[in-house]
Ligand binder design. Structure first.
Ligand code: GLV
Length: 328
């Protein structure tokens, strides 16, 4: 590479990651960092304009990197490093066709996201958000045998849709809570892994119709768009709960509202939404749902680790080294 490489960072990232980028060099030349630090996601026009002539993009999941952005960058673009494990915001085939490398951040957010999935399981089954609202609203309450009863999870069956790293981390947590684990996946996981997790394989149809709680951990792709549609929701049991910490559009939100309204399922815990940051108005006032604002990886430690990994991926590619976590 001739001259100093330019890297566009599309949003505010933790200081330690910016330091790694600013202290990094490529063929002895310091990296020129252009970082968007607005509170709002970078406007599209700004993204297109500031992409021009950059060699690397470190991007947040709020930015779509597609053919238009790649063309705005020009041919010298070498790497698009997503600060997220999910990469439905990247047009990966277009990035590869452009001759650039795409990377994501698997591994570092596994525990944080599994924690939020377990939190949503407990919040929905034990009606914790609802309980907190009683107190905050100043409503009268007192302990009573039948006051605010929820559903216990020990001895219940958790169905995990997508047994990747986060699904497995949730399985370990749920086992510690006394749940039995079933999972569906494109293919069964290694038998030793399944045995260690005490997890049994099931078809998606069987999984949703036999689980007390179904938790979604698959990637969002054209194949999983509205995977949970009216038909699949109707296969769930009326006393079952649905949890989603993956991506919103995996659930048809209108169909979910209808399923809740008609008591086809008992409740839902959602950290992600179909049209994020909008939330379907039919969900907002329901007591049988718990709604979190996409907090899966939102810890100081995890966000720092994600951003540092993304920056290291970016620097590796610019230095003609293999990226740590490429998207193939
Ligand atoms: C967060 O949602 C991620 O995909 O990293």
């Amino acid at each position: 590479m001739t001259g100093a490489p330019r890297v566009l960072v599309t949003g505010p990232i933790p200081g330690p990651a910016l330091d790694v980028l600013r202290e990094g060099n490529v063929d002895g030349a310091p990296v020129i960092v252009d970082a968007w630090d607005g509170d709002e996601p970078m406007p599209r026009a700004e993204l297109l304009q500031r992409s021009r002539d950059c060699h690397g993009i470190v991007c947040l999941l709020t930015e779509q990197v597609d053919a238009e952005v790649l063309n705005a960058c020009g041919p010298q673009l070498r790497v698009v490093a997503n600060v997220a494990v999910g990469y439905n915001n990247l047009d990966v085939p277009a990035i590869h066709e452009h001759g650039a490398v795409a990377t994501n951040t698997p591994g570092v957010l596994t525990d944080a996201t599994a924690d939020i999935a377990l939190a949503l399981i407990l919040m929905t089954t034990r009606r914790l958000g609802e309980g907190e609202r009683v107190i905050r609203a100043g409503e009268p309450w007192k302990w009573a045998m039948s006051f605010h009863l929820g559903t216990g999870i020990a001895g219940k069956r958790l169905g995990i849709v997508g047994m990747g790293a986060i699904g497995r981390a949730l399985a370990r947590r749920a086992r510690a809570c006394g749940m039995t684990i079933a999972y569906s996946n494109r293919r069964p996981v290694d038998p030793d892994v399944a045995a260690a997790l005490g997890a049994s394989f099931a078809s998606l149809d069987e999984l949703v119709s036999t689980s007390d709680v179904v938790s979604i951990h698959c990637p969002y792709t054209p194949d999983t768009h509205h995977l949970f549609d009216a038909a699949l929701l109707a296969r769930m049991r009326p006393d079952a709960f649905l949890v989603n910490t993956a991506r919103g559009p995996i659930i048809d939100e209108a169909a979910l509202v209808d399923a809740l309204e008609r008591q086809i399922i008992a409740g839902a815990g959602l950290d992600v939404f179909e049209h994020e940051p909008s939330v379907h108005p039919g969900l907002v006032h329901r007591d049988d749902v718990v709604l979190l604002p996409h907090l899966g990886s939102a810890t100081v430690e995890t966000r720092t680790a994600m951003a540092v990994l993304a920056v290291r991926n970016c620097l590796a590619v610019l230095n003609d080294e293999p990226p740590l976590t490429p998207i193939r």
